[in-house]
Ligand binder design. Structure first.
Ligand code: SF4
Ligand code: SF4
Length: 183
């Protein structure tokens, strides 16, 4: 029969040799590979007891920052939500009432602010877009394991930092673009 290409290969039903039939040489060869790994440096770690150091560019869970007086910096401008490619952020704006100056930095604030961590791709664009330096991605926090999908919609109770912490929980070196392009 004439073939269209030269790629066809004739399959020969070759009988196995004695050594191939007893399988022992290939088993020994496989065990040797396993044995070699006993004497090599392990590439795995005993997580969660041991944790790896994250790279400076690592982007973990978000934090909504407070100012030096302990007031929330977010003014519910919505720029983070607009810039989010995953449409993971929603918020409701409210007007600050007299006497609430210690709670909210400006006249407008977010009475509800939610990030759907199931949608978030940790791109950091919300952090880049924020004109008030109110939202940052942390450099240490991983998304937790949960049993219920609802638990991965993070509200202000999980996002707002408990007290003003100028350096804490924020990735080192300032905004992402600054660190990526200016070292
Ligand atoms: S990190 Fe990216 S995907 Fe996640 S909330 Fe911010 S902008 Fe959206
Ligand atoms: S986190 Fe920043 S960008 Fe988002 S609503 Fe608040 S002030 Fe605006």
């Amino acid at each position: 029969m004439k073939s269209l290409t030269n790629r066809s290969k004739l399959v020969v039903n070759k009988q196995m040799t004695f050594m191939e039939r007893i399988y022992l040489p290939v088993i020994a060869k496989g065990m040797l590979v396993t044995l070699k790994h006993f004497f090599r440096k392990s590439v795995t770690i005993r997580y969660p007891e041991v944790k790896r150091l994250f790279a400076a560019a690592y982007r973990g869970l978000h934090v909504l920052k407070k100012d030096e007086n302990g007031a929330e910096r977010c003014t519910a401008c919505g720029l983070c939500a607009l810039s989010c490619p995953a449409e993971a952020i929603t918020m409701t704006a409210a007007e600050r009432q007299p006497g609430e100056e210690h709670l909210y930095k400006e006249e407008k604030y977010a009475s509800m602010y939610e990030i759907n961590m199931l949608r978030c791709i940790f791109c950091g664009l919300c952090e880049e877009a924020c004109p008030k330096e109110a939202i940052f991605l942390t450099n240490e926090e991983l998304a937790p394991s949960v049993y219920d999908r609802k638990d991965l919609i993070f509200g202000k109770d999980k996002l707002v930092e408990k007290e003003h912490n100028p350096d804490g929980k924020v990735r080192g070196g300032g905004p992402l673009t600054e660190r990526l392009y200016h070292g």
